[in-house]
Write a protein that binds this ligand. Structure first.
Ligand SMILES: Cc1cc2nc3c(=O)[nH]c(=O)nc-3n(C[C@H](O)[C@H](O)[C@H](O)COP(=O)(O)OP(=O)(O)OC[C@H]3O[C@@H](n4cnc5c(N)ncnc54)[C@H](O)[C@@H]3O)c2cc1C
Length: 415
């Protein structure tokens, strides 16, 4: 039996705001809601401890902007959990939300038994995850030693385990660099890092750090298949000219290619945005059922913890406004993007509304340089010259877009 008071006392099945996910965005929102006097705020967290992804990021820097302190991920996670509890937030660990229902009802699975919680508003803050091997369609054997960065960090920082000694790292995003740091911490020496594009996704200067740490980067190289019985023995790589080569290694670490942890929202009545993979939302984080809001990395892949922390605090203010009947409603404009833009967030704007997200966030699928324009079919609302790499944040101010003509979609594209 859990010793948490809420697990013993089953009468508490209603609350003002239920928050799904106790990572930086969910806890920031919870604390801000308490500070603003939102009433009973319950965080439902599936892990045994709240804190989210930073719990297993054993490296700095965490908390520099939010707390003006330099911390590792686990120290930051512990601090924000303590702050939330001190603020009067109720955190229910080992509580996995399994279903969402219209009007703010959620099904919760807990070791002490399942229950339903009815909230005036629900804030979803379930974060992102990396794309696993299965979804990358990499063929070969089902050998031991195939992981994502998150799983490796959990093993190294939370359990003091080293699952391999000489892995191949697939991907060259920022998280791939943290994967190298994690490997070093456990005495693991990656054989190489591979990247299908002609340039690393992480900034070039950071790639020099990877190189300085003794990990060669092979560009224009893809993983074709994994070889080995029992555990990984080698990988077959496909290089730019179409030829293949074998590389000996004892593990494969799939890094990045983040996707929102939206399985809950997908299996519910809520609308999903095909671009982000997260719930469709307006500039207040409000979803297709107005009892539900979303925040943090669930909204889009992927931002760092400080950004998500700020988003959580903002979401709290909009939820409170909504509970007080003060959140703008009215005609909704639909934002659409065309390739090479991968997605925009939010995807809906309440026309002419004050407040909310001050910027629309975009990502591109390939390196681009050109004039980025937003128009409503008749009028050019905003334009700027942009040069960007994949995974680099592009921001468009919301204010000019709110002046779009009635009934028109807003198209964002490179001219
Ligand atoms: C492997 C990895 C490494 C990263 N490294 C860094 C880094 O070094 N620095 C950095 O700034 N950012 C990093 N990030 C980005 C990270 O997503 C953000 O830093 C930040 O944690 C996002 O906060 P969040 O609250 O949106 O989500 P999260 O921190 O992911 O928190 C989501 C929480 O929701 C819970 N949850 C999910 N589904 C359910 C459910 N159905 N019911 C109940 N609870 C649920 C999860 O257990 C989790 O605690 C990394 C991300 C990943 C995946």
């Amino acid at each position: 039996m859990s010793d948490h008071p809420m697990s013993r006392d089953r009468v508490h099945r209603t609350c003002d705001v239920a928050i799904i996910g106790g990572g930086p965005s969910g806890l920031a929102a919870a604390m801000e809601l308490k500070r603003l006097g939102a009433g009973r705020v319950v965080v439902l967290e599936r892990e045994a401890q709240a804190g989210g992804i930073p719990r297993h990021c054993g490296h700095p820097p965490f908390g520099l902007l939010s707390h003006k302190r330099l911390m590792t991920g686990p120290s930051f996670a512990r601090l924000i959990v303590r702050e939330a509890l001190d603020a009067g937030v109720e955190i229910l660990p080992r509580a996995t939300v399994m279903g969402l229902h219209p009007g703010g009802k959620v099904d919760v699975s807990h070791p002490d038994g399942s229950f339903t919680m009815q909230a005036r508003r629900v804030l979803m803050a379930t974060g992102v995850r990396e794309t696993p091997r299965s979804a990358r369609l990499v063929s070969g054997t089902r050998a031991l030693g195939i992981l994502n960065t998150g799983a490796l960090q959990g093993m190294v920082y939370l359990k003091n385990l080293a699952p391999f000694r000489r892995p191949l790292i697939v991907g060259s995003e920022l998280v791939s660099l943290t994967a190298v740091f994690t490997c070093r911490r456990a005495g693991i020496r990656p054989v190489a890092m591979i990247e299908p594009s002609a340039r690393p996704i992480m900034p070039w200067q950071l790639h020099q750090v990877v190189r300085a740490l003794g990990v060669p980067l092979r560009l224009k190289t893809q993983i074709d298949s994994i070889l080995g019985h029992g555990r990984v023995e080698a990988v077959r790589l496909r290089v730019a000219d179409g030829s293949t080569l074998e590389m000996a290694c004892d593990g494969v670490l799939f890094t990045g290619r983040f996707t929102p942890e939206s399985s809950l929202a997908r299996s519910s009545h809520l609308s999903i945005d095909a671009g982000t993979g997260g719930p469709l939302s307006d500039q207040f984080g409000r979803c297709s059922d107005p009892a539900f809001f979303a925040t943090g990395n669930l909204l889009r892949p992927v931002e760092h913890h400080e950004w998500c922390w700020r988003e959580g605090k903002s979401a709290a203010r909009w939820i409170l406004q909504d509970m007080n009947g003060e959140l703008p409603e009215g005609e909704t404009l639909r934002l659409r993007v065309s390739a090479p833009i991968r997605f925009c967030m939010p995807q809906l704007l309440v026309r002419g509304a004050q407040g909310g997200m001050g910027q629309v966030q975009l990502r591109v699928a390939q390196p681009v340089r050109g004039r980025l324009c937003a128009s409503d079919g008749e009028n050019l609302l905003w334009a700027r010259n942009v040069r960007a790499m994949p995974e680099q944040r592009i921001l468009i101010p919301t204010a000019p877009l709110l002046k779009a003509r009635r009934g028109g979609d807003i198209l964002i594209r490179f001219a």
